[in-house]
Design a protein. Structure first.
Length: 357
């Protein structure tokens, strides 16, 4: 079996259709598409033992629907596994064949009466398969949507924690409103947090927006996302908190100004908040930044579905993502509003709006 860098196309069919399927395999091979079918099974190997791994590593599962194959438990099982991996590519070899229940919504390539020639339908099938092979080179797809991953819950937790910490900074601004140099330090700290909120929220909106309207989904944004565009955007646009502790503890700086105006308990609370914010680059900010990587992996799955002509399935997957991402997006929006309110109280509403659009 080829390694993950050269993933073949798995062909599922009924033995009664061997002659016609041989023609398809040879035609695909002539197009430089590697094919895995029972002709690849070596001596001493059993087909049942090889099938699961072969399908899991395949770039696509081409199931050949005929009056014989729709009655085959083997074919139905293989098709179901390919569908669960979002790599199923059905091909129709005969007319008047009733597609098995559960597979009718998947686009089917009509090769009825096809005898090996380079027809428009065959050429389109080849183009789809080449695109899927190219995307599959980078590794296996995820059977379970990444919305079930803990990354999004971690990001929601990080947002909640940052809101509490920035709330402490907002209180400082209110206490020190008349001390303009110190307020500038508070403003700078709030600005670093705001950058991270905004860039992550924008990444989520960029992921969801192509499927907002009904009709065809533009696959180009997802192709860009799967290459890591969102991850790079977040990495380059997020805030950096390494300077926050320096601003806080410098001589005659923020801490010295606060120390004379609050009691020891409150000062300890403020110290803790700044200590945690100063390490947010490798902790809370990093949890938010992981969203970019997870969305990139999910975009790869969606791009593959769109390549296979499964527009509605892709839309449904994105809708599931919206349900999972919506609470985080709302939380980020609320956090941004909190920071803007703090800026307004400090007299920096105009500078905030200009620097964080």
């Amino acid at each position: 079996m080829p390694e993950s860098t050269q993933r073949p196309v798995f062909v599922s069919y009924s033995r009664e259709d061997t002659d016609r399927v041989t023609t398809l395999v040879e035609a695909l091979t002539d197009e430089d598409i590697a094919v895995f079918w029972d002709g690849n099974i070596g001596g001493g190997q059993r087909w049942r033992d090889v099938i699961p791994d072969a399908i899991d590593k395949a770039a696509a599962v081409v199931v050949v629907w005929t009056r014989s194959s729709v009655k085959s438990d083997w074919v139905l099982e293989e098709a179901a596994r390919g569908k669960s991996l979002e790599v199923l590519m059905p091909v129709m070899f005969e007319g008047n064949v009733e597609i098995p229940f559960g597979f009718g919504e998947i686009q089917c390539w009509d090769l009825t009466g096809w005898a090996g020639e380079r027809s428009p339908q065959f050429n389109q099938l080849v183009e789809r398969l080449r695109a899927m092979v190219d995307r599959r080179r980078r590794g296996p797809y995820f059977e379970v949507p990444l919305w079930d991953d803990h990354t999004f819950d971690d990001a929601a937790f990080a947002t909640s924690e940052l809101r509490q910490l920035s709330g402490t900074l907002r209180q400082l601004g209110e206490v020190l409103a008349t001390n303009r140099p110190v307020v500038n330090d508070v403003n700078a700290a709030l600005g670093e947090v705001a950058k991270t909120y905004r860039v992550v929220r924008n990444a989520i909106e960029a992921f969801l927006s192509p499927a907002v309207e009904s009709g065809p989904i533009d696959g180009k944004p997802y192709v860009e996302m799967e290459s890591g565009s969102l991850e790079s955007t977040i990495k380059n646009g997020r805030g950096h908190c390494t300077r926050i502790l320096t601003l806080y503890r410098r001589h005659r700086g923020l801490r010295d100004a606060v120390k004379s105006r609050v009691d020891a308990k409150k000062l300890s609370e403020i110290d803790d908040a700044f200590d945690e914010l100063s390490t947010a680059d490798g902790d809370l900010f990093e949890q938010l930044s992981q969203i970019g990587w997870r969305l990139a992996v999910e975009a790869e799955v969606i791009a593959t579905m769109l390549t296979a002509g499964r527009t509605e399935a892709a839309r449904e997957r994105i809708r599931d993502g919206r349900t999972k991402l919506q609470p985080l997006r709302k939380s980020l929006t609320a956090a941004i509003d909190d920071l803007q309110e703090a800026q307004e109280k400090l007299g920096y509403a105009e500078s905030f709006n200009e620097s964080h659009r």
